[in-house]
Design a protein around this ligand. Sequence first.
Ligand code: AMP
Length: 448
Amino acid sequence: MPVKKEKKTRSFQLVKGMKDILPDDQKYWQYISQLAETLAVKYGFSRIDIPLVEDTQLFTRSVGQATDIVEKEMYSFIDKGGENISLRPEFTAGIARAYIEHGMINLPQPVKLYSIGPCFRYDKPQSGRYRQFHQLNFETIGDADPVTDAQIILIAYKINEMLNLPVIMQVNSVGCPQCRPDYELVLKDYFKKYRNKLSEVSQKRLLKNPLRILDSKEDLDQTIIEGAPQQVDHLCEECKNHFIKVLEYLDELEVPYALNPTIVRGLDYYTRTTFEVTTVEDAENGDKSRQIALGGGGRYDKLYESLGGRETPVVGFAAGIERLIGQIKEKDLKVPALPQAEIFLAQLGTEARRKALVLFEELYRAGFKVTEAFSKSGIKPQLEMADRLGAKLCLIVGQKEIIDGTVMIRDMDGGIQEVVDYKKIVPELRKRLEKMAVVRVAIEDKTV
Ligand code: AMP
């Protein structure tokens, strides 16, 4: 008996921490991107797109050696030419590289740039935390005035406000290289007293980067952190004045904020202002282990110098698109649907299919959004499909219509069908769709 050879097939799954963005979710992505682009244009930001990969050292030197990102989350590898490169874990360092490399210092300052795109961090995947995620990123480069900090915080707030997400900006100042070292000593002395009571992660941070203990989400650390000395009480005169001005501008702009001494951000490059965006519920809840930031940012006046550029004051922020979408879904907020096909073109029989193929092109050229299912033959499955795709009108071409030189128009809402002269189909469709649009607007305005 011949042995039946078993076909070996392998099915594939998403790589851990990655996510497909399926058609049903595209409306959220398009809405958020459009909203960010609208804000960017209104506030004078130009788009910049930088590569997904950069020299690994760009991140180790800017983000910082003792940060989670550099210590354990970078997608780094040696390419075929022996270069050590990394997938970008964030935008700021790459934008700094581009600004310096392209001599943007010679442009009128400030240079305002925004980006939208994926970032990669080899993080522990969990709800709201992926290994490939997307950020909206805004940077105001070349302006040290606190008014720019306030404007960046305002834009970060506005994105959420426009999405109807109630958020609070958690604001802090981490000082500068003049005043921070003194504060770090005070902080270290304080935490040393509780060394044995701190969580394991914080005990490690005590040696390398005590400031980051304030960032801890571990329950064990929370009461100790509450009693910790605060940077705002140890700011130098310039940093204190800068911070007061930022807060005054925020008051003036009526941006809801809370002073939060634990917002030190995970990265080394921050100076003075730091902030994070949290939902109002999270801010009120107080349980840090549950809180996830929708965005964050601050000022980094020493970063560009550390990357070989001239002294350049910069303030910026990034918001996580997946997290914004998560909130929109959780709160069941409405986002506009993507434009759908207005017309479905159905055909019955081989001859009709040929005719429909030509008609499709005529309608496309006339500017209609048309769709079809040329591989289907019966009228029922085609009407079902038209319904599912949300078409407003269905055109039907059959043997009889070909002989008569006509097309049947079916109103998908009422099901009423009418025969129209083939030559008059374009103006007829235009008339009907315009009428439907007027009725729709009137319903939305509640004037009907
Ligand atoms: P960060 O600079 O780390 O604060 O990142 C800025 C924003 O990006 C965060 O507030 C999140 O909204 C988002 N984000 C950061 N890491 C992730 C991740 N692993 N998955 C999803 N979103 C993230």
